[in-house]
Design a protein around this ligand. Structure first.
Ligand code: ATP
Length: 252
């Protein structure tokens, strides 16, 4: 599914957080949306999924104007939004999280598919999702997306607060989603990891797009140092341990 944002301006109350944003995710491709804390990345994902209505501009999915559609209609069209916090139901078991909103036939298939792709969850099907480790909860979010076979997945900081080894595993699962045909719009604090898997990258700063292009073009600009952390200016071989931006406290 191709996503196109045309001139999107959005915010909260009278304060506009993103302004006049044009952004495209071609079908089946991975697009990284990077930028400093507070740049408006989460706000933009919320506009794409329908959680937030833009003040102006349009959201197109496969050339259909979805700007006025709600979250459910966009989800039915194949969009899946994995938010920072609430993409699982903690009081339900892992199995029920996977079976949710599926017909009885699809429910059994969903669990089977999820267990084969995410074996670690297979051992925990009867366990309350809220009792999983942080990393396992993120895996469950991804597994829930995976079983729905979405055309486009919006992923908001899925690695936040996780140990590097688990992050590697999570990125492996993101690649699984892409192999199965999903496109990704990826907001991610691990800049190097995001750039490694991205076909295209956008940098958002103070609510506006300051770069759109291929990851290799970004590497040769000074934008990484300016907006994404100075450590990224080091040669690739030296930056593997230090590509994580320090998360700043969220305002608001
Ligand atoms: P981070 O990398 O820190 O998650 P971000 O780029 O995702 O940041 P947003 O979360 O979109 O940025 O926030 C952009 C701005 O919008 C911030 O100044 C934030 O305080 C403000 N904001 C976010 N959500 C709301 C809200 N519900 N009501 C009012 N202001 C908000």
């Amino acid at each position: 599914m191709r996503l196109e944002l045309c001139g999107v301006t959005a915010g909260y109350g009278t304060s506009m957080v993103v302004r006049d944003v044009d952004l495209t995710v071609p079908g089946g491709q991975v697009v990284a949306l990077l930028g400093p804390n507070g740049a408006g990345k989460t706000t933009l994902l919320n506009v794409v999924s329908g959680l937030l209505s833009p003040r102006s501009g349009r959201v197109l999915l496969d050339d259909v104007d979805r700007t006025k559609d709600g979250v459910d209609a966009r989800a039915a069209a194949g969009l899946c939004h994995i938010t920072e916090s609430d993409s699982i139901y903690p009081g339900l078991t892992v199995g029920d999280n996977l079976r949710m909103f599926r017909t009885p036939k699809l429910a059994a298939e969903s669990v089977e598919r999820a267990v084969s792709a995410f074996p670690r969850l297979g051992q925990r099907l009867g366990q309350a999702a809220g009792s999983l480790s942080g990393g396992e909860q993120r895996m469950l979010s991804l597994a829930r997306a995976y079983v729905q076979q979405p055309s486009l997945v919006l992923v908001d900081e899925i690695s936040l607060g996780l140990a590097p080894m688990i992050v590697t595993e999570i990125f492996g699962y993101l690649r699984t989603l892409v192999r199965e045909g999903s496109g990704l719009l990826l907001v991610e604090q691990y800049v190097t990891r995001a750039l490694d898997m991205a076909d295209l990258v956008y940098v958002l700063a103070r609510g506006q797009v300051v770069f759109a292009g291929e990851p290799s073009e970004l590497g040769s600009s000074d934008l990484i140092a300016r907006y994404l952390g100075e450590e990224m200016t080091a040669p690739a071989s030296k930056r593997s341990r230090s590509s994580r931006r320090s998360p700043a406290p969220r305002a608001g």
